[in-house]
Design a protein around this ligand. Structure first.
Ligand code: UFG
Length: 329
């Protein structure tokens, strides 16, 4: 298939591009490089420089004719979405509507969308399945949920088939070392631990040690980015074959605590990784993990790289050479 990967120069997007190329699809990346990196682009994929806020950019891109698009272009900082909702409205909501309209206008009737576990809010039961009530606690999560609903309407009204993939905690790097673009100013646990291990940060602050979990720190479901990437390929092939939209949770189904992640990182890197236990971060649920039974059934997905050691070793392979150099091209 001819596939337009919107946001394909980003952290998850570049892994998605690799997975589609490996599955012998023809890939073109559309990205404004605001957080994506030129160095994340694959020579085998085409590249269009464009912005999802500009309808002309999208119109020009979709006019080239694509069988499907994958949409990963979004702002994703939960905290920032609470102080700058306008930015999230314009990019995540309006930008997505622009994509859907351009796709439909050019008869591109299949889309894979990056949704998030953030749509669920505080868990009412565990593991979280697709029927779990949705009650996002951040504006970021709200944008993802609204887009899922809009996709449902475009399916009904325009025959647009979609796969909504609800990522749990994405982590890790391509294990062959082919992708090494670092996120600028990372906000997530594993890259922060890696920055401490590489000497770029003084210490890890562990948010809360009095949760009702096995060691008092929060439990999350970390899933390797290459496993997530493979899910995009499976999901697209499934909606095309079955002619039916789908929505699935994507997690490893294994809950890991912050302290377990830290201790494993100390073992894998051989570094001390200083850490300090501080107050809870507002809005953090104590435990969050998925069941991916639905993804197994519907798209034949099974994580291969999402064990804690591979998550850390593949990330450390990218960080260990940094020696104070943070930005990548
Ligand atoms: N944590 C720390 N110290 C840090 C950073 C994180 O202790 O410096 C802890 C958090 O309290 C949390 C865990 O590590 O318990 C993971 O935190 P992240 O910020 O890496 O991830 P979140 O679980 O908060 O959220 C992530 C993504 C969201 C997505 C969500 C879905 O950032 O976009 O997973 O589960 F919605």
């Amino acid at each position: 298939m001819k596939i337009l990967v919107i946001g394909g120069a980003g952290y998850i997007g570049s892994h998605v591009v690799k997975a589609f190329l490996q599955a012998k699809h023809e890939v073109t990346v559309f990205d404004n490089l605001s957080s994506g990196k030129l160095g994340n682009l694959f020579p085998a994929a085409g590249f269009i420089s464009g912005d999802i806020r500009h309808t002309d950019d999208l119109d020009g891109a979709f006019a080239r004719g694509f069988d499907a698009c994958v949409h990963l272009a979004a702002f994703k900082a939960v905290g920032e979405s609470m102080v700058s909702p306008e930015k999230y409205s314009v990019n995540n909501l309006t930008g997505t509507i622009n994509i859907l309209n351009a796709a439909c206008a050019h008869d591109c009737k299949n889309i894979v969308f990056s949704s998030s576990a953030a749509i669920f809010g505080a868990p009412q039961y565990l593991p979280i399945d697709e029927k779990h009530p949705t009650n996002p606690e951040s504006y970021y999560g709200f944008t993802k949920l609204e887009i899922e609903r809009i996709l449902g309407w475009y399916d009904t009204l325009r025959g647009l088939r979609f796969a909504a993939l609800r990522y749990f905690n994405a982590a890790g790097y391509d294990t062959s070392g082919e992708i090494s673009g670092l996120e600028s100013n990372p906000q997530n646990l594993l890259p922060i631990i890696m920055e401490v291990a590489a000497g770029l940060r003084k210490e890890l602050q562990v948010f809360g040690k009095d949760y009702d979990t096995r060691d008092g720190t929060c439990v999350r479901d970390y899933v390797h980015v290459s496993d997530l990437a493979q899910a995009h390929v499976n999901a697209l092939e499934a909606i095309v074959k079955e002619k039916k939209s789908l929505t699935v949770n994507l997690g490893s189904e294994k809950g890991i605590t912050v302290t377990e992640m830290l201790e494993m990182a100390r073992r894998v890197t051989g570094k001390e990784i200083p850490a300090r236990y501080v107050d809870r971060r507002p809005g953090d649920p104590s435990e969050l993990y998925a069941t991916s039974a639905h993804a197994r059934e519907l798209i034949g997905w099974a994580p291969q790289y999402s064990d804690c050691e591979t998550l850390i070793s593949s990330t450390w392979a990218v960080y260990e050479h940094l020696h104070g150099e943070k930005e990548s091209k």
